[in-house]
Design a protein around this ligand. Structure first.
Ligand code: PLP
Length: 427
């Protein structure tokens, strides 16, 4: 009985830690002091930006937050909140959504509206359904130790969204205005932001071409909508907490001149067959390779990183450069910026081939590999299946792994254990 009771107490404390402000502050200040010292200097450094500048339009054509209309759900429309253990990834949705129509004939962007969550009614000929003229983003709202809700670098999601819109012939918009509208949506549905550090509120802004004609050309009508979903951990792992990944040189996720660097739906559908095959072979994710020299590009829907001892005997953190095949991840960029402040680590963007991984591993110089992205934050890799071989990566055998230090720093910023300019407080 006493054991059961203490388990319940631990669970309650975990889920209600934001209420234990005073207690938490004391312990967190000790635990997070070191991370804070390492992280505060970060904004002075900016990772080299290999992407094009954000496309510009005429500001007067953009939608504005000040025009936002809010229609709240009636009590009978409110959904019960699921248990934290049942959340999964994108199974449940909150009570409201944001919708903004775009219609060339009506002068472009219309007024934003927050409405009770509803199904979309869409013409069967809508271009989004046939030619995948659409894009999306993945962001999160975190409930901090101080009970404040925070976003993580939302301006970068807006920039990436506009670059994808530009490439797909969809209308661009002012990212700051969309952030303001999303903040209001999250405030309205704030009780859906989990009271826990093992779950968050996932934010899914989406832009689709709604024009109902079969011509493959820029749509005259579109819909931008934002839905919110409370989520828990995204990826399945082995018992040691790491993932096993499968590299098949016969399939590619992206190619030069394509849209691998844009978050468009057409990048994701074609990954499913390879991911299913990887699962059948006992792996969790696909390691996406490119070219005759088997260059590593991404892992699943994450950016890939490697830690090894370089030719000078220094510990080096490397990730492939943004060469058009790789999504410019916001977690990736933050990791590069933060780790560049650490004196005990060399940080580099460089081409990484499978030969290099195998050689470093054989020489005992490869220390860690991991994926990084908003959904899983950081996902350590312990095995690569490649050309009939199973390559063991000693990520989980390191005594003070870089991936854990990075993950702790990112989570400390996201959950408000340390103040940092990457965090944007909503309320
Ligand atoms: N790579 C791909 C293909 C992705 O879908 C994502 C997730 O958005 C990432 C990388 C990681 O990007 P971010 O850190 O912005 O979530």
């Amino acid at each position: 009985m006493p054991i059961r009771r203490s388990q319940l107490l631990v669970k309650w404390i975990f889920e209600n830690q934001h209420k234990l402000r005073t207690v938490r502050r004391c312990s967190s200040s000790l635990r997070y002091k070191e991370l804070e010292e390492a992280a505060v200097a970060a904004p002075e450094y900016a990772a080299p930006e290999h992407d094009e500048p954000c496309p510009h339009g005429e500001p007067e054509q953009y939608f504005k937050y000040e025009d936002l209309h809010v229609k709240l759900a009636a009590p009978y429309q409110l959904q019960p909140k699921p248990d934290a253990k049942d959340l999964g990834f994108g199974k449940y949705f909150t009570d409201h959504m944001l919708k903004i129509n775009y219609q060339v004939q009506l002068g472009g962007w219309q007024k934003p509206e927050i409405i009770p969550f509803e199904n979309l009614s869409i013409h069967p000929a809508a271009k989004a359904l046939h030619y995948a003229i659409q894009l999306f983003e993945g962001m999160k709202a975190y409930r901090g130790v101080d009970d404040k809700i925070r976003l993580f670098r939302p301006d970068l999601n807006m920039k990436r969204m506009n670059l994808a819109a530009h490439r797909s012939g969809l209308p661009i918009f002012n990212g700051e205005e969309l952030i303001k509208c999303m903040k209001r949506l999250i405030q309205i549905d704030q009780e859906w932001v989990p009271h826990s550090e093992s779950s968050t509120l996932y934010i899914r802004p989406t832009l689709i071409a709604t024009e109902a004609t079969f011509g493959v050309m820029a749509p005259e009508s579109a819909l931008l909508f934002v839905v919110l979903s409370p989520v828990s951990a995204y990826y399945k792992t082995s018992t040691d907490g790491a993932v096993s990944i499968f590299a098949d040189p016969n399939v590619v996720r992206a190619f030069p001149g394509g849209v691998g660097n844009r978050k468009v739906g057409s990048n994701y559908g074609p990954t499913i067959e390879a991911t299913t095959r990887a699962a059948q072979l006992g792996h969790h994710q696909v390691l996406w390779l490119f070219g005759p020299d088997h260059q590593l590009t991404e892992v699943g829907a994450m950016n890939i990183f490697m830690v090894y001892i370089n030719e000078n005997g220094d510990k080096q953190l490397s990730t492939p450069p943004l060469n058009g095949l790789i999504l410019p991840g916001i977690t990736r960029r933050s990791i590069l910026e933060l780790a560049s402040q650490w004196e005990d680590l060399v940080v580099k963007e460089e081409v990484i081939t499978m030969d290099r991984v195998i050689t470093l591993n054989k020489q005992g110089r490869l220390l860690e590999m991991f994926g990084a992205g908003t959904a899983a934050v950081i996902s350590p890799v312990s095995r690569i299946g490649f050309l009939e071989n199973n390559i063991h990566i000693p990520t989980m055998q390191q005594s003070q792994p870089v991936f854990q230090r990075l993950k702790d720093t990112l989570l400390a910023i996201q959950y408000g254990h340390i103040d940092h300019p990457y965090s944007v407080i909503i309320s």
